[in-house]
Design a protein around this ligand. Structure first.
Ligand code: GCO
Length: 264
């Protein structure tokens, strides 16, 4: 019998992680690299891509960065083939991580601002999945991991566009899983809880009430770290999860299971 740990190896795999120049995306990409994958990543800003590529390489990862916008189908359809040419094979693992958030109340949010969030966080993931699927179908295997959110399940004031996008991303994940499972492509999601990253930095400023609120709402009584997402990422990217389809794996310290602490 094969050792079960061998099923977590990503040796020889080509992974593409969108928005992986910092935070959760970079942590997930590094995890894939530590498990043996070669890493392609993108962002919209050349300076961020160059800086991140230098960081990956300084840590010994086989990584290459590309500057393109996942919301622009023509750019995606130019760069995905370029990546597959540069890496000498079709993409085995896609992590749809790139995302934005705009914390604005609905009354104040413009339709254009709402659409921008939906474009990046939902439609961008659709465009990327659509672009990598033909290679995965031809190869007869593939892994797609969509970075969902607690907001795929819960709402809160001022993040309506983000929650609508992440709720849609949950159902996109389930539906792509239904369409592509017969091709041995597993499509799943990771739902980070409240993670200490630049995206949540405004909520963690000293004295911000949100810091205490989240620690009270999280059974683990702490903010998550990007590293907390690394094991789940390798699991969903590896053969260890070949019979896991259309699931959202919440890495949230227990928030979704918790009614909340009784006030003292
Ligand atoms: C917010 C936060 C959340 C988290 C994460 C939770 O403003 O409530 O930014 O959206 O970032 O998405 O899973």
């Amino acid at each position: 019998m094969e050792n079960v740990l061998d099923s977590f190896s990503l040796k020889g795999k080509i992974a593409l992680v969108t928005g992986a120049t910092y935070g959760i995306g970079m942590a997930m990409a590094k995890a894939l690299g530590m498990a043996g994958a070669r890493i392609a990543f993108n962002a919209r800003r050349a300076d961020q891509v160059q800086q991140a590529e230098a960081e990956y390489k300084s840590m010994g990862f086989d990584a290459k960065g590309y500057v393109f916008d996942i919301t622009k189908e023509e750019q995606v359809n130019q760069f995905v083939p370029q990546i597959e040419k540069d890496f000498g094979g079709s993409i085995d693992i896609l992590v749809n991580n790139a995302g934005i958030i705009k914390r604005i109340s609905v009354v104040e949010m413009t339709v254009a601002e709402f659409k921008e969030v939906i474009d990046v966080d939902l439609i961008g993931a659709f465009i990327m999945a659509k672009a990598v699927a033909p290679g995965m179908i031809k190869k007869g295997s593939g892994k797609i991991i969509n970075v969902c959110s607690l907001m795929s399940e819960l709402g809160r004031e001022t993040v309506t566009a983000y929650a609508a996008a992440k709720g849609g991303l949950k159902m996109l994940t389930k539906n792509l899983a239904c369409e592509w499972a017969e091709h041995n492509i597993q499509v799943n999601g990771i739902g980070p809880g409240y993670i200490a990253t630049p995206q949540t930095a405004p909520l963690r400023e000293p004295g911000h009430p949100f810091d205490q609120f989240i620690k009270g709402r999280t059974p683990a009584a702490r903010w998550g770290l990007p590293e907390d997402l690394q094991g789940p990422t390798v699991f969903l990217a590896s053969e260890a999860s070949n019979f896991v389809n259309g699931q959202i794996l919440y890495v949230d310290g227990g928030i979704l299971a918790y009614l909340g602490k009784l006030p003292k």
